[in-house]
Design a protein. Structure first.
Length: 157
């Protein structure tokens, strides 16, 4: 497990969730939303999303665990693998959040990666943290403890 990031040293940072290469290629032949549930151990800001999916992704979002969208960014084709939200979003310890991307076509998944809690300060990633949904819905379904290469980008200031 990677060492915790010291307080104040995280500007910006993202959790190390393992390999960023394909374990499995999936293709649903429809729009799929791929995400990650997480919480933080200190106050800070989520500034965007890092993802290892095809750059044809069209939507990235940050949600509160109750399904409230806190930030979103839509990109018309391409856009790279690091997306910044229009404004940083304040996050607090004790609250669970979800980051996701929505895309059409093949995507990468790693099965059996989220079987236990990962604590990599400032992030806490619970078991079964990889979530998905179809269309552009709030992702809540899990499948084989999968990781979809989607992570929040955190900064302390």
């Amino acid at each position: 497990m990677p060492a915790p990031i010291p307080t104040g040293a995280c500007t910006p940072c993202t959790p190390d969730l393992g390999p960023r290469n394909a374990n499995r290629w999936e293709d649903e032949n429809r729009r799929v939303t791929l995400g990650l549930r997480f919480s933080v151990d200190r106050p800070g800001f989520i500034t965007g999303i890092r993802h290892g999916q095809d750059p044809s992704t069209h939507l990235a979002r940050l949600w509160r665990s109750d399904g409230t969208v806190l930030a979103s960014r839509r990109i018309a084709g391409g856009g790279g693998n690091d997306w910044t939200f229009p404004s940083p979003v304040a996050v607090s310890p004790g609250q669970e959040y979800v980051v996701d991307i929505s895309l059409f076509g093949p995507y990468v998944s790693h099965h059996t990666l989220h079987t236990a809690t990962l604590r990599q300060s400032p992030f806490i990633v619970p078991p079964h943290a990889g979530v998905h949904a179809y269309d552009e819905q709030f992702p809540t379904s899990t499948w084989h403890d999968s990781n979809y290469l989607v992570s929040p980008v955190f900064t302390s200031s």
